[in-house]
Design a protein around this ligand. Sequence first.
Ligand SMILES: Nc1ncnc2c1ncn2[C@@H]1O[C@H](COP(=O)(O)OP(=O)(O)OP(=O)(O)O)[C@@H](O)[C@H]1O
Ligand SMILES: [Mg+2]
Length: 462
Amino acid sequence: MRTPTKIEELDLYVWEGKADIVERVARCMASFDVDVIRADDIAISPERTATRPSLAIISVSAIDSGALALRDWRALGMPVVWVGAAPRDHDPTMYPTEYSHILPADFTAAELRGMIVKLVQQVRAHSAQTLSPTTLVANSESMQALLREVDTFADCDTSVLVGGETGVGKERIAQLLHEKHSRYGAGPFVAVNCGAIPDGLFESLFFGHAKGSFTGAVLAHKGYFEQADGGTLFLDEIGDLPLYQQVKLLRVLEDNAVTRIGSTTPSKLDFRLVAATNKNLPQLVKEGAFRADLYYRLAVIELRIPSLEERGAVDKIAIFKAFIASVVGAERLAVLPDLPYWLAEAVADTYFPGNVRELRNLAERIGVTVRQVGAWDAARLHRLVALARSSQPVPAENATEVLVDRSKWDMAERGRVLAALEANGWRRQDSAQYLGISRKVLWEKMRKYQIFDEEPEIRESE
Ligand SMILES: Nc1ncnc2c1ncn2[C@@H]1O[C@H](COP(=O)(O)OP(=O)(O)OP(=O)(O)O)[C@@H](O)[C@H]1O
Ligand SMILES: [Mg+2]
């Protein structure tokens, strides 16, 4: 969480009553990275503003003209600072006192900043109920099976390759692997997007450089490998790493050491490697776009995160509810009736090609509306769901593309399972161990891919 004493990245909305208030607020906040937005019309509704302000500063003389809009602001839980003497005709029921604050008309910069810091602290404490970055909602059977796999691998040092469609939570799982690991969990988690490394910068970014090694290298600089020492190096979008960079990566992984540019002494490294991609790496290997040796080095353990469709309604609804709660807030939600049945059903019936990320967007939009209105307003929520469905770019061709991709992945996995069984004389315990998965997961995969042996052991359920 950001430190509450800093007040950067804030929008302050200031409503004029007395002409000079906006200018004075802006002057007082000049040394902070705060946007002071002047709103001439206090009656403006929150829906019509592009960003949701963190705080409103309103001159008491403007109260009358904005009573209705204030109700919307109140629903958003936004604090208001009334500038002036005790607010004239202030109806105490109109704005909850915990969000209502008074600043004298001749406020000083110190008074204004002090108050803002205090309020920002309150607002952030309130919104801290949002899901923490590593909260993972996983109620479905397939996600539970995945989490059991994660548990099994958590305390070993081997590299893990995380696969799955876009937005399924690959980075989340990578963080979970990091945190659960007793030895590396206390160290740093360094995430690198391999699809966005500018040409010619790979060495400098990954290996770092010694002081004075080239013009402009005024200070020594640690590369990603060294930064991740003692922790986890997360190589995201690994399938997008160009071939010539793959060679360099492989060399470091094999030597477990890195030499900074301009230095001759290699430093030994100890980190856990987790890589992720939504591409089919075995396919890329076949096409010559990905080095086989690097693939084997990365995919010692392979985890595939099921898509939201595979997880089914149980996860869709649980994730949806979690994000709604994080936006609306537990207290406000507690006074509302349960999630309406029709809404849960509509979410369960919607296909989200962007997986959790897309579901999250919808949940947040719905959450904001519920928070504003203070009710499950069927008409407005229907519109939001319909909008989410209509904006999905899934005409027939795209849909088949997704299916084809998945079936390619499945074919590759089926092949691996079959090979493991054959290599281990079809003994399930040994084959599961060989694949680094549990017997139950192996059994599930055999059932899914319709792999059967003559032996009755394999056919019976466990
Ligand atoms: N099981 C989950 N519970 C709660 N939130 C989740 C879960 N899975 C993913 N998220 C959230 O969904 C969003 C997408 O997750 P993440 O970035 O980990 O996906 P990804 O697979 O790495 O996506 P991409 O392929 O686009 O890189 C994030 O906001 C993440 O916090
Ligand atoms: Mg990602």
